[in-house]
Design a protein around this ligand. Structure first.
Ligand SMILES: NC(=O)c1ccc[n+]([C@@H]2O[C@H](COP(=O)([O-])OP(=O)(O)OC[C@H]3O[C@@H](n4cnc5c(N)ncnc54)[C@H](OP(=O)(O)O)[C@@H]3O)[C@@H](O)[C@H]2O)c1
Length: 303
């Protein structure tokens, strides 16, 4: 039986973490993306049906994890067709390929489905609101993925590092702004159950041998506002948040955003037999990765 893991979106924030975690565990993983990157073994456009089918025929994976997506809300609004192709049509094609080739499809989804109830935690059957193209296309992607036998769909909120200077992640933006004491607006009314991508990747790989299926929230066990998140990050990093001001996510221009993204992770805790990480665990994991990355840069520049 095929055992390897094919990871789509291996150049992205999550894809990098997943591919690295697989390699660390000795899992045979093939990273796929359009761009060359140390975590990418196969450079193809996953939207090219023939190239994707050929990649699956050649690598014969036991599991395909789809972390490829268009995650930028503004870009999704500007190009709903493009957002549909990557966020929804790709999981539909993968579901068909899963049926033909027998691999398990793991679809990474989002938490961008809830609004108006503050720090409430939403379980897997909570009613959703689809307020923008990102949410609409990701929700369609969940439904399409679930047509594959045994598909596993994960809702989450991820924080971490991508190391693409032109495209900083939320955490990279926050740490850079805090370090340079730049004025930043911290949203006090935007709540997420953010989990460090490294912790998420490890939990996903820990659960995989049980062959879980259906929809599951895999995230932090608590929801915190972005204000709380950045203030704690600053405190643990020893940085001064004094230049920050408090604001509302509702003031952001453009597409309407969900603002109450908290996820109830009790099902994940039952599946994995342990408590999901708290906010403090995520901040600790981020700081540990930040310091590792800083020491790599320092070592490289001093040799
Ligand atoms: N970041 C968050 O805050 C967050 C929160 C909740 C859920 N999620 C979900 O987590 C998953 C991973 O997100 P991320 O933050 O890691 O995203 P990311 O850093 O933007 O990575 C996205 C990946 O998708 C690939 N991709 C984009 N367009 C593509 C296309 N047309 N064809 C093929 N590949 C394409 C990119 O690779 P190339 O451009 O190199 O091909 C990249 O590797 C997504 O499903 C997202 O919805 C993210």
């Amino acid at each position: 039986m095929a055992t390897g893991v094919l990871i789509l979106g291996a150049s992205g924030m999550l894809g990098q973490a997943l591919t690295r975690a697989c390699r660390k565990r000795g899992i045979d993983a093939v990273g796929v993306a359009r761009r060359a990157h140390p975590m990418v073994d196969l450079t193809i456009d996953s939207l090219d049906d023939a190239a994707l089918t050929q990649a699956i025929e050649q690598t014969r994976p036991g599991v395909v994890i789809n972390a490829a997506a268009l995650v930028n809300l503004t870009a999704c609004e500007a190009d709903p067709g493009g957002a549909y192709r990557i966020n929804a049509r790709l999981p539909a094609l993968l579901a068909n390929l899963s049926r033909e080739h027998g691999f398990q499809l793991v679809q990474i989804s989002t938490d961008h489905f809830y609004a108006g109830d503050g720090a409430a935690l939403h379980d897997e059957i909570a009613p959703v609101q689809l307020l923008n193209e990102y949410a609409r296309t990701k929700f369609a992607g969940e439904a399409f993925a679930l047509t594959a036998p045994g598909a596993w769909v994960l809702r989450t909120n991820l924080v971490g590092f991508r190391a693409e200077p032109a495209q900083p992640t939320f955490v990279e933006w926050a740490l850079d702004g805090l370090t340079r004491r730049q004025p930043m607006t911290l949203f006090s009314d935007y709540f997420t159950s953010s989990i460090a991508v490294r912790l998420f990747a490890d939990l996903l790989l820990d659960a995989l041998p049980q062959r879980p299926s259906g929809l599951l929230n895999l995230a932090s066990r608590e929801a915190a506002s972005k204000q709380t998140f950045i203030e704690l990050l600053a405190h643990v990093a020893g940085l001064d948040a004094g230049a920050c001001s408090i604001g509302s996510v509702a003031a952001l221009p453009g597409a309407r955003r969900a603002d109450s993204l908290g996820l109830d992770v009790r099902r994940a805790e039952t599946l994995l037999g342990r408590a999901m990480p708290a906010l403090s665990d995520t901040i600790a994991a981020l700081m540990s990765e930040y310091n590792e990355r800083k020491s790599c840069v320092t070592t490289a520049s001093s040799t």
